[in-house]
Ligand binder design. Sequence first.
Ligand SMILES: Cc1cc2nc3c(=O)[nH]c(=O)nc-3n(C[C@H](O)[C@H](O)[C@H](O)COP(=O)(O)OP(=O)(O)OC[C@H]3O[C@@H](n4cnc5c(N)ncnc54)[C@H](O)[C@@H]3O)c2cc1C
Length: 626
Amino acid sequence: MSVVEETYDVIVVGAGHAGCEAALASARLGLQTIIFTVSMDSVAMMPCNPNIGGSSKGHLVREIDALGGEMGVNIDKTFIQSKMLNKSKGPAVHSLRAQADKAAYSMEMRRTLQNTDNLTLRQAEVSEIIVEDGKITGAKTFSGATYHAKAVVLCTGTYLKARCLYGDVIEHTGPNGLKAANYLTDSLKENGIEIYRFKTGTPARIDGDTIDYSKMEEQFGDERVVPFSFTTNPEDVQIDQVSCFLTYTNEKTHEIIRANLDRSPMYSGVIEGTGPRYCPSIEDKVVKFADKDRHQLFVEPEGLNTNEMYIGGMSSSLPEDVQYEMYRTVPGLENARIVRNAYAIEYDCINANQLYPTLEFKKIKGLFSGGQFNGSSGYEEAACQGLIAGVNAALEILGREQIVLDRSQSYIGVLIDDLVTKENHEPYRMMTSRAEYRLLLRQDNADMRLTPIGHEIGLISDERYNWVVTKKKLIEEEIDRVKHVNVGARAEVQELLKSYNSIPLDHGVTMADLIRRPELDYDKLAPIDTDRPDLHYEVRQQVNIEIKYEGYITRQQKQVNDFKKIESKKIPDEIDYDDVPSLRIEARQKLKALRPLNIGQASRISGVSPADISVLLVYLETFNRK
Ligand SMILES: Cc1cc2nc3c(=O)[nH]c(=O)nc-3n(C[C@H](O)[C@H](O)[C@H](O)COP(=O)(O)OP(=O)(O)OC[C@H]3O[C@@H](n4cnc5c(N)ncnc54)[C@H](O)[C@@H]3O)c2cc1C
C-alpha cells in the first residue's frame, strides 16, 4: 500500500460539472486545492445530452456566471449552435440553450483547471473519508495514499457503485465505460450518511453518415447569438453554426417497445434505482403516454470532430437487438448504425436532507457535497451546487460567513432549498415552475441579482462589479426619464405608431406608456425619442422589461417581501422540538430530523402544516424571551 501523504486546504472528489466549479472556486479564493477524478480524460464530461442550458437550466448557467463560476465562459468558447428558447413567451421563461462540442468542452475546462493557481489535478479513486470527532480531516485513495485537508467536497456524480444496464447486459462501470468508484459509499455509510440508489438513462449514439436528414426537420441556431457569460463579448460568439434535426417515433416504434418491455431491466425489475420523472426513457413514454401516436426526437451533433449523433428523447435500456429494430423505425434512421448503445446507469447518491443550505453535512463539519451526488440531475444543476459547496468550503476555512442564496434571489436558491428541505425520491431536475418568484429571477438580470454577492465572496473583479453598479444606476435613471418624457401626437410619432400597427395618439402620453404597448418596445421608439442617451444593450433590455412588466414585478416584489419576513425568523440551534407543546407527531418528527434554519424553511417541509408553524411561532416568542 502507498505511504504517500499530502496536505491541502480543500479536497474535491470529482472533476465533473460540480467538481470543476467547486475546485475552481476554492483555488481562486486562494486555498490549496486538489481535485480527484477516476479518469483525467473525463474532466467536465457530458455523458448524456450534448447541450448546456435550456428551460430554467439556462437561468442556472447565467447565475453561475454572475457569481464568478466557469460553466458560462466554457460553453461560450465551445458551443456549435445556440438558441434562445421561449422567445414568443414572457422574459421570465426566455432560456438560452447551446449545443456543445463535447470533446472541446471537456478539453477547455481541463485547460482552465490546469492554468489555475493553487489547484492540483489527480487521477485516483478516493475510497475513504477521514473523520475525527465529527470533523473531516481528509481522505484516502484506493492505492492507500492519505490526503489531509480542512474541508472535503464530494462531487462523485453517477460513479459510486455504478452499473450500466441494457437488456440482460450489466457492466459494473461508470458512464461511457469509465471505471466505477466502488469503495467510497461504504466509508460514507460507516460515518452515518444515508445513501440512496438512483438511476438515469441515455439514448444510443448513431453514426451520422447513416442518417437520412432529408426525412427530418432541420433546426437552425439563432441568427444573432447571445452569449451565456456576462463577460463574453457578443461579437466573439457570432460563429457558423451546425444544425440539429427533428423527427418522431411512430406506432411501429411503439409496437416494438411494447413487445419487448419484459426484456427491459427497468420493467423486469433488475434496475433498483429510481429514475428522473422529467427525463423519461422511451419505454416509460410509450407505457405512460400510450395515447400518444408519436414522440419528438431531437437529433443533435456530439461535436465537430465526431460522426456521433445524439438521439434526444429516446433514452433506453432495451437490449441491443431491440435498439437496432426500434431506432430503424424512425424516419431518417432506417439505415442507422449504432456507435454507442443506449443504456441506463444506476449509482449511489445521498438524501440531501442531511445537508444545510450551505451544502455542508449536518453530521460532519467541513464535509460538503454537490451535483448528482446530492440527488439532482443535469450538468447545470450539478455545476451550481459545486460552486456553492466549493465557495462555502473555502469561506469556512477562511473563517468567513458561508453563503445561502434564498428562493427569492435565485434559481440556485430554489434548487438547493428544494433538495435540502423537501423529500426527493427521484433525481431532481430544475424547471421554471419550481421558482415561485420567476418573474424576478430572469436569466437577463442574473448579474444584477448575484454579481454583488460574487464580488463580496471574492470571485468577481472590481471592474466587473463596478459595471453592474453603473448598469443598475443607468437603468434606474433611464426608467425615470422615460416615465417623465411626454410624447405628443405629432406626425412622426403617428407615423411610427402606424408602422407597428399601434393605435394613433389622440392625447399626450409618456414614453413609458408607449413602451408598455405590446406591439412596441424601448428600441422601436428610438426614432421619436431624440434626447435618449446612447445606452448599452443590457441596460436597454432591462429598461424595456422593467417598464413592460412593472405591474407584475411590483406585485411579485411584494410577495418576496412577505417571504423574506418569515425567512428571517431564525430557529435557534438549541431548540428541542419535544418541548414545543401541541405540535403534531409527524411535524415533530420531521422538524427533529431536518432541523430547519428558519420558519420559512420549516414551512416548506412536507408534513409540517401551517397550524404547526403557528404553534412554533408562539413557542419561539417565549423561547427567545428567556
Ligand atoms: C447515462 C447518463 C445519462 C444521463 N441522463 C441525463 C438526462 O437525461 N438528463 C439530465 O439532466 N442529466 C442526465 N445525466 C446526468 C448528467 O450527466 C449529470 O447530471 C452530470 O454529469 C452530473 O455532474 P456531476 O458533476 O455531479 O457528476 P459527473 O459529471 O458524473 O462527474 C463525477 C466525477 O466524479 C469522479 N469520481 C466519482 N467518484 C470518485 C471517487 N471515488 N474518486 C475520485 N473521483 C471520483 C468522476 O471521475 C467524475 O470526474 C446523465 C448521466 C449519465 C451518466
